[in-house]
Ligand binder design. Structure first.
Ligand SMILES: Nc1ncnc2c1ncn2[C@@H]1O[C@H](COP(=O)(O)OP(=O)(O)O)[C@@H](O)[C@H]1O
Ligand SMILES: [Mg+2]
Length: 392
């Protein structure tokens, strides 16, 4: 029984002490907010989730007028008081609660009457839940759908654009042969060809993004993958003033992954870090492992019990943290960064992070970012370490 909730001590109404304590525990332990008022509009009972959702100080006892107890939520107090006049109560309603500074919560509630032994209404009760988080999740799902549709559109467009591009390139090559005597014109044609190729690359990478991702799984050593990725990234963007520091808290056993795709993920993270830092800074790569949450240890059987899934259970995550000393990321760009084609770079494609997240998602991993603007960025990739082979 939580210490903050207010459950009346008085008048156990013919219950035994045990029964009364049981009911008190029941209401106190409920995961939804519970709030009751009596016919005179005074607070009878409020449990801890209610206090938390409403963000009100825990009332010191029952008997407070409800409007005073609920302070900044007069509409909820009104609703409870009005419910005595309603002939039929809404069995599901939503209200928006305000918390100042523009912060709001959407609360889903049901109302009911509390009758006494002879059926007289003694009070009204509201049961409620904070739906804000649920709404965010729905918003995310909708965004995913929109992105999927966008991806499909990109794939179609890419197809439509690549064919004419190919014929422009062929035509330019033919023309070049005819113009061997006029080097200045050949130069112009070469410029066209270079631009056509660039467009083709852009289109190809968007097509890549739209294609559903297939993993080619085998047991691989993540340390080796990281080494390769660092070498590639430094080869492309390394500068004299950049140092690389690797710290390895545990040697990870080989585990199931798509080696090529994960190498790309880390190449992209390293390249982004190097690009963010410019001429000098420090790239830190920190490898460790962490115990998986309990949920990861219960078999995940998307196609019904007994179906094999390589990630059906694992006990540890491989954790790779990539930190840089660049300018960091503004709050505004924090989530946008992972949208396909979002870039703040002059010649950026904006596919690196969105692809990386897609690959990590597909491995049932997690990719997060933290940043304090001015102090660099930290990308954390967690990958389930599935050590056994699905075939084995
Ligand atoms: N380490 C980093 N520090 C600061 N900003 C970053 C970092 N990594 C990514 N970003 C931001 O995220 C954007 C998207 O990155 P990405 O998807 O790799 O595309 P691109 O590198 O082509 O711009 C970048 O343009 C940049 O604004
Ligand atoms: Mg990038």
């Amino acid at each position: 029984m939580s210490e903050h909730a207010t459950i009346p001590e008085a008048d156990p109404q013919g219950f035994s002490r045990d029964e009364y304590e049981f009911l008190k525990g029941l209401v106190g332990g409920m995961r939804c907010g519970v709030l009751t008022v009596n016919r005179t509009g005074r607070l009878m009972l409020i449990n801890e989730p209610a206090v938390q959702i409403l963000e009100i100080p825990a009332p010191s006892g029952s008997g407070l007028p409800i409007a005073a107890a609920l302070g900044r939520h007069p509409q909820l107090a009104r609703l409870l008081l009005d419910s005595f006049q309603m002939s039929s109560l809404p069995n599901r309603a939503e209200i928006d609660l305000e918390f100042g500074a523009g912060r709001r919560k959407t609360v889903g509630l049901t109302l009911s009457m509390v009758p006494d032994q002879v059926g007289e209404i003694r009070g009204a009760a509201v049961f409620f839940k904070d739906l804000t988080y649920v709404e965010h999740k729905e918003e995310k799902e909708r965004l995913k759908d929109r992105l999927a549709a966008l991806g499909q559109m990109a794939a179609n467009l890419a197809h439509e654009i690549r064919n004419p591009l190919a014929s422009i390139e062929v035509t330019c090559t033919l023309l070049k042969r005819r113009l061997t005597e006029r080097p200045a014109d050949v130069d112009l044609l070469e410029k066209i060809v270079a631009e056509v190729r660039r467009l083709n690359r852009t289109i190809t990478s968007s097509l890549e993004f739209a294609r559903p991702l297939e993993l080619n799984l085998s047991s691989q050593n993540l340390h080796a993958v990281l080494d390769e990725a660092v070498t590639v990234a430094l080869g492309r963007r390394g500068k004299l003033g950049i140092s690389v520091e690797t710290s390895c808290h545990s040697m990870l056993p080989p585990f199931l992954m798509d080696r090529e795709q994960l190498r790309h993920v880390f190449e992209n993270l390293f390249l982004n870090a190097l690009e963010a830092m410019g001429d000098e800074g420090r790239l830190t790569i920190d490898v460790s492992s962490a115990t998986a949450p309990v949920s990861a240890m219960t078999p995940y059987e998307p196609n019904g019990p007994g179906t094999t899934d390589p990630w059906s259970s694992f006990e540890e995550f491989a954790v790779v943290q990539v930190s840089d000393t660049g300018p960091g990321i503004s709050a505004e760009n924090m989530e946008k960064m992972f949208y396909p084609f979002f870039t703040t770079k002059k010649h950026g494609s904006g596919v690196g992070l969105s692809m990386a997240r897609k690959v990590v998602d597909r491995h049932r991993g997690l990719m997060d970012v933290e940043s304090e603007p001015g102090k660099g960025a930290v990308f954390t990739v967690r990958l389930p370490m599935v050590v056994n082979n699905p075939e084995g």
